[in-house]
Design a protein around this ligand. Structure first.
Ligand SMILES: Nc1ncnc2c1ncn2[C@@H]1O[C@H](COP(=O)(O)OP(=O)(O)OP(=O)(O)O)[C@@H](O)[C@H]1O
Ligand SMILES: [Mg+2]
Length: 231
């Protein structure tokens, strides 16, 4: 099933900006399209693609464990008026050396869910960006941001363990993972660290929760960035 959006005659706001961007990329004048509802519908997948970094916008999860996970999550979806919504479920820990396609597979998994018509509110961040974003600073409510990421129905946490750690970052990671662990919220985590090093880098409380809540996907092979261009 593919979710579609009904166009309002006038589109304003961030969602509308994205929609207008998609229409413009298709060579359609957004103003004209608003008056001509016969244009082909813009799918939820296309809207999501506008949020995905350009490099991974066409990512197709082709790893068997990842397609199986997406299928399981989609089948467990909560029924809703706009299609099934994402429910509680298992998480994935995608591990492997640099350039083996971890982030590609993770965005591919998000796209797989959307293409199956799952109504999905999702967020993505690298752990380094997470630390930068939540660092205490005047006029910014980091706690609210942390809660939003912790409660988001699907979270992609990229490059876990890659950023420099401190007591503060360990506590932050613990609170984020612990909330998702307790509420069984599907989380896609990627890491360069081998399993044995996760515990040292993230602390035992986080590593223990990850061991229970995630299925591990190990990617192997050469650095695809280098093999593609023979650098
Ligand atoms: N299955 C695939 N098919 C085609 N291209 C791929 C595939 N997997 C990865 N790539 C491409 O290979 C490059 C490296 O992939 P990606 O960024 O996902 O690696 P990574 O494992 O996340 O690396 P890092 O550990 O540095 O974060 C990207 O350009 C990506 O688009
Ligand atoms: Mg990556």
């Amino acid at each position: 099933m593919t979710a579609t959006l009904t166009r309002a005659p006038q589109r304003v706001g961030p969602l509308a900006d994205r929609l207008n961007g998609i229409l413009t990329n298709r060579g359609i004048d957004p103003a004209a399209a608003a008056e001509e509802p016969e244009h082909e519908p813009v799918t939820a997948l296309e809207l999501a693609d506008a949020r995905i970094p350009a490099r991974y916008r066409c990512a197709l999860a082709d790893h068997s464990q990842i397609t199986a996970w997406a299928g399981q999550i989609a089948r467990a979806g909560r029924p809703g008026p706009g299609g099934p919504g994402i429910a509680e479920g298992p998480s994935l820990l995608i591990a492997g050396p640099t350039g083996t396609g971890k982030t590609y597979q993770a965005y591919g998994a998000v796209r797989a869910l959307l293409s199956r018509g799952v109504r999905l509110r999702w967020e993505a961040t690298t752990s380094a960006d997470l630390h930068a974003r939540l660092r205490p600073r005047a006029g910014h409510d980091g706690e609210r941001d942390l809660q939003a990421l912790a409660r988001c129905p699907l979270l992609l946490l990229d490059d876990l363990g890659a950023a420099k750690t401190s007591e503060w970052t360990e506590e932050l990671t613990y609170r984020l993972i612990n909330h998702r662990y307790e509420h069984m919220l599907p989380t896609l985590i990627t890491t360069n660290l081998p399993t044995a090093e996760l515990r040292t880098a993230l602390g035992d409380r986080v590593a223990s929760r990850l061991a229970e809540m995630t299925e591990r996907v190990i990617l192997t092979g050469p650095d695809r960035r280098r093999t593609a261009q023979a650098v």
